[in-house]
Design a protein around this ligand. Structure first.
Ligand code: ADP
Ligand code: MG
Length: 218
């Protein structure tokens, strides 16, 4: 595991991000990077696969969100990023944070697809299309199986709170979803803990990943 060191950037403005994203971060009052952001963002923005181990509240959403948005092509109205979260609450939180970050880019559509919600409106939204889908594994797999969702253009896969997803028994479903994604993609895996099961998942799903571990909250 790579420990954060003094070579890491300290401020958002020193990152090689698109100018509108940098301006928006300034408007949002985000100045200093949290530790996980400083450790992970250079590799994320460079397009590498990344395993990030850090606690809740350490700023992981901004880390992967900037990576997703930096390379998103707004004019291509296809699903270019898939973010998988263990629960609806977490998916809603992630979508909210991504929408804040995406304000800088016009007409970015972020769709949440979670279990416990009716199918009808989700199918309707899918017909309109989206740039980013955030959801829970069971419902995403359901839409894939029914042919409602095409993930053939996904460039970034994010597994958020991967340890919780495995605890909830999503391993087989995750593998089924990953099988539908282009092999040429960037994969970002975040987890608060790093048991053997996560290591095995990472070995199956990520390519030559950069590992970053942050033990403090900020
Ligand atoms: P995690 O996913 O690690 O639990 P979040 O990404 O949800 O953490 O971030 C926690 C909170 O910190 C959010 O409210 C987010 O807006 C805020 N935040 C994230 N990064 C920064 C930053 N660099 N500066 C200030 N606030 C931040
Ligand atoms: Mg989070």
């Amino acid at each position: 595991m790579t420990k954060p060191d003094t070579d890491h950037p300290r401020d958002f403005q020193s990152l090689p991000l698109q100018q509108p994203l940098l301006k928006n971060l300034q408007d949002l009052g985000y100045e200093r990077l949290t530790e996980i952001q400083a450790a992970a963002l250079p590799a994320i923005v460079a397009g590498k696969d990344v395993i990030g181990q850090a606690k809740t509240g350490s700023g992981k959403t901004v880390a992967f969100g900037l990576g997703v948005l930096h390379k998103l092509q707004a004019e291509r109205f296809r699903v270019q990023a898939l973010v998988l979260c263990p629960t609806r609450e977490l998916a809603d939180q992630v979508a909210r944070e991504l929408r804040k970050l995406a304000r800088a880019i016009h007409n970015i559509k972020i769709l949440t697809l979670c279990g416990g919600m009716p199918f009808g409106p989700q199918i309707g939204s899918l017909k309109h299309g989206a740039h980013i889908v955030v959801g829970t594994p069971g419902r995403i797999e359901d839409h894939l199986r029914k042919g409602n969702l095409d993930l053939g253009d996904v460039q970034t896969l994010v597994l958020d709170e991967a340890d919780r997803m495995l605890d909830m028994g999503f391993q087989a479903v995750l593998d089924q979803i990953v099988a539908q994604l282009p092999p040429q993609r960037q994969t970002l895996l975040f987890s608060a803990t790093y048991p053997k099961t996560i290591d095995a998942l990472a070995t199956r799903v990520l390519r030559d990943p950069v590992k970053v571990e942050v033990t403090t909250a900020h």
